[in-house]
Design a protein around this ligand. Structure first.
Ligand code: PLP
Length: 394
């Protein structure tokens, strides 16, 4: 017999990818120009020219035997040191290459970190709404997801988090800028949460870790600062990737950072290496590893997302939709115009609009609109959003 939980993961699939597959099929039927697919967070702007040129140069100058060979399991030491130097320069923290584990995107970074931190039955607090794969990674690591709601403005609710902490709590997993709400967690709540975790760790006699998932760090608008969590709470591990900021989602490049402020950081890092080994997530693409040092600090042209956000927010508000203030990422979390967000998404399909129901993020009653597409499509989709609102008497 096949293991039921794993079979269920495979059979139920990922809601967002299923909608996106439906979108591909529908686009073939009615023509892509007539479909408005706001389902998946696939970056639409090209990667920086620097990435392309670096890859070409590596292919032309580094002997193939070296370029395509195995690196150390956590990544090439020189590349890891380059990532650490970059982070130290930017955030003023003290980490070394010995605290970096290169991964196949933030997805692998999260799965590895949770495998490293959790004993069977230990709990991971997940403020909703959140990226649904957190549940899969937590369960696969033997942990138990404990889902708590954010406040109605999608900021963290510190009291609710406090009430969710038990003697089994091991990790609080935060994602800011947030997928799907677009919210950046404010510094005062980050401070309050850090103080809470420090106090609870003392009371319980074991460390509660903060896991900061930040693939959207570079996507913050209107000068919004995104607090760097290791600066607030020492026992923070960071999971990050270059999927969104460098538009390299398909290449799978990211990292886990274990800062030297983490208690027994060398052991925690060793556990991260163990997690990578246990999951078979070793030695991320050597070609992309070697390209990375020349591209650190660069971003794709993210201004298109800012423009899309401006157009969409103003039009949707005018049509009568309500949403959280999107500070970052490339998502809007819009209140569904009927109670059942699934039914609302179904209705949206009548206007060829593909939206993701809030249930997929463990926070129903809303839908996610991913606006990482070209601005022309956004403009062409506006009448469909208007007709959808009108169908609900707006
Ligand atoms: N975390 C969040 C919040 C995401 O939205 C995503 C992808 O959309 C990931 C992690 C995984 O990203 P990656 O492509 O780096 O694996």
């Amino acid at each position: 017999m096949l293991p039921k939980r794993i079979l269920d993961y495979g059979k139920s699939g990922n809601v967002i990818r299923e909608i996106s597959e439906y979108g591909k099929q529908r686009a073939r039927e009615i023509g892509p120009e007539n479909l408005y697919d706001f389902s998946i967070g696939n970056p639409s702007v090209p990667c920086p020219e620097q990435v392309t040129q670096t890859l070409i140069s590596l292919l032309q100058t580094v002997p193939a035997k070296k370029l395509h060979a195995y690196t150390a399991a956590p990544g090439d030491p020189g590349v890891r040191q380059a990532v650490a130097d970059y982070l130290n320069g930017r955030f003023g923290r003290h980490c070394s290459g010995d605290g970096i584990y290169l991964t196949a995107g933030a997805a692998a970074a999260l799965a590895i970190s949770l495998t490293a931190l959790l004993n069977p039955g230990e709990e991971v607090i997940l403020p909703a709404p959140f990226f649904s794969e957190y549940v899969v990674y937590t369960e696969q690591a033997g942990g138990v997801p404990v889902i708590v709601p954010c406040r109605s403005d999608f900021q963290l609710d510190v009291d609710v988090i406090e009430r969710a902490i038990t003697e089994k709590t091991r990790v609080l997993l935060l994602n800011s800028p947030n997928n799907p709400s677009g919210v950046v967690f404010r510094e005062d709540t980050v401070r309050a949460v850090s103080q809470l975790l420090a106090r609870k760790s003392r009371e319980l006699g074991h460390t509660i870790y903060l896991l900061s998932d930040e693939p959207y760090r570079e996507l913050a608008y209107d000068g919004m600062e995104v607090p760097y969590l290791p600066n607030y709470y020492p026992n923070t591990l960071v999971c990050n990737s270059f999927s969104k900021c460098l538009s390299l989602a398909g290449e799978r490049l990211g990292y886990v950072l274990v800062p030297e402020t983490v208690e027994n950081w060398r052991d925690v890092y060793a556990a991260v290496c163990g997690g990578g080994r246990a999951l078979g997530y070793i030695n991320v693409s050597s070609l992309f590893q070697f390209a990375l040092p020349a591209c650190l600090g660069q971003t794709a042209d993210l201004s298109i997302y800012a423009e899309n956000r401006r157009i969409l927010v103003s039009a949707l508000k005018e049509y009568g939709y309500e949403m959280a203030t999107p500070d970052g990422a490339f998502y809007l979390y819009v209140k569904a115009l009927e109670e059942d967000d699934m039914a609302f998404c179904k209705k949206a399909r009548e206007f060829e609009l593909l939206l993701v129901p809030g249930q997929a993020f463990y926070y129903p009653g809303y839908v996610r609109v991913a606006y990482c597409m070209d601005t022309d499509t956004i403009r062409r989709a506006l009448p469909a959003f208007k007709k959808l609102a009108q169908a609900y008497g707006k």
